[in-house]
Design a protein around this ligand. Structure first.
Ligand code: COA
Length: 318
């Protein structure tokens, strides 16, 4: 399938909370968090919002792609923490960047959201409907984190990442995505309160069965990576880099081991940002891009997993 990422951008809040500061909020320690997750700090919004970070990341991606906002045909924003249900975050991004021609919508598939957004962009491009699609992942998870729950609040951070996908260039793309709604209770957050639900029953914060999510990720992510790589007619040894959702270093280590791939091929930045849900993959992609670590023609695998439960992957040529 055709389509290529021609520009990336990202934005994280200025305020950094390290593990020692987390230990002043809940009963935990730098040592415990580092050992179990790899995370050392996270950026937490003060004045930044899901929309403002999405706009900033989008502007940087357009600049990097050297494309005019008026040439963007579609904007997909993946988020589970939109500032408003209407207008959509994508429409707000459109307004701020001046992408007057674009069809805009939000998509929510939790931490798989950026991949599902990217896969949707590839599908539109290969159907011949659109040429230039802006895909953004933006999250303000600090708004939905239970700051009294040490099992979950230490994991998450805020941020946004964006990529421009274009039809003008070739590339050997393959995509895949799955959901398992029957296991959805392992990772939940209620969202808008139903009028019939008692306030005490409304679970407005993230609730997670950490071990269940861990087991799900280390099983499903290698499976789907093998699937897309083989669909692309490639072998794992042909993959230059695996850009995975940054939830936990131990998950990434375990995926690398199960694939029999060198951990060096799995760049990470959860150390600095924690788990930023649908923003984590495009933030990492942008850091790698700007550091010149992605070479033209490199085969890259992206893979996300999380709430739903859901998981998705894509092979692309840089
Ligand atoms: N600081 C100190 N101790 C903590 C703690 C914290 N932040 N969080 C939990 N603990 C304690 C528990 O209370 C428990 O103590 P106990 O044995 O006295 O009851 C002990 O540590 C072990 O807890 P457990 O939940 O079994 O830890 P774990 O090894 O499963 O690690 C996670 C917890 C969350 C780090 C791990 O399950 C994980 O990473 N899961 C995946 C989560 C994820 O990535 N979610 C997002 C996916 S998109």
């Amino acid at each position: 399938m055709i389509g290529k990422i021609i520009g990336t951008g990202s934005c994280v809040p200025a305020r950094v909370i390290d593990n020692n500061e987390m230990a002043t909020i809940v009963e935990t320690s730098d040592e415990w968090i580092k050992e179990r997750t790899g995370i050392r700090s996270r950026c937490i919004s003060e004045s930044e919002t899901t929309t403002s970070m999405a706009v900033e990341a989008a502007k940087k991606a357009l600049e990097d792609a050297k494309i005019n906002a008026k040439d963007i045909d579609m904007i997909i924003v993946s988020t589970l923490t939109a500032n408003s249900a209407m207008p959509t975050t994508a429409a707000l991004v459109q307004k701020e960047i001046g992408a007057t021609k674009a069809c805009c919508f939000d998509l929510n598939s939790a931490c798989s959201g950026f991949i599902f957004g990217y896969n949707t962009a590839i599908a539109y491009i290969n159907a011949g409907i659109y040429n230039n699609i802006l895909v953004v992942g933006s999250e303000c998870l600090s708004n939905i984190v239970d700051w009294t729950d040490r099992r979950s609040c230490i994991l998450f951070g805020d941020g946004a990442g964006a990529a421009v996908v274009s039809s003008k260039y070739g590339g050997n793309n393959q995509v895949a995505g799955y959901s398992d709604g029957a296991k959805g209770s392992a990772l939940t957050c209620a969202g808008i309160k139903d009028k019939n639900v008692d306030a005490s029953e409304h679970h407005q914060f993230i609730e997670m069965d950490g071990q269940e999510v861990f087991k799900f990720a280390v099983r499903r992510v290698p499976e789907i990576i093998n699937e897309v790589v083989s669909k692309a007619g490639l072998e794992l040894k042909d993959v230059a880099m695996y850009v995975l959702h940054q939830a936990n270093y131990r998950i990434i280590e375990s995926v690398a081991k199960r694939l029999g791939e060198d951990i060096e091929k799995f760049p990470t930045n959860m150390q600095k940002y924690g788990n930023t849900s649908s923003a984590s993959i495009p933030i990492l992609l942008d850091e790698l891009n700007r550091a010149g670590k992605l070479k033209c023609g490199d085969k890259i695998v992206m893979a996300g997993f999380g709430g739903g439960l859901s998981w998705g992957a894509a092979v692309l040529e840089w």
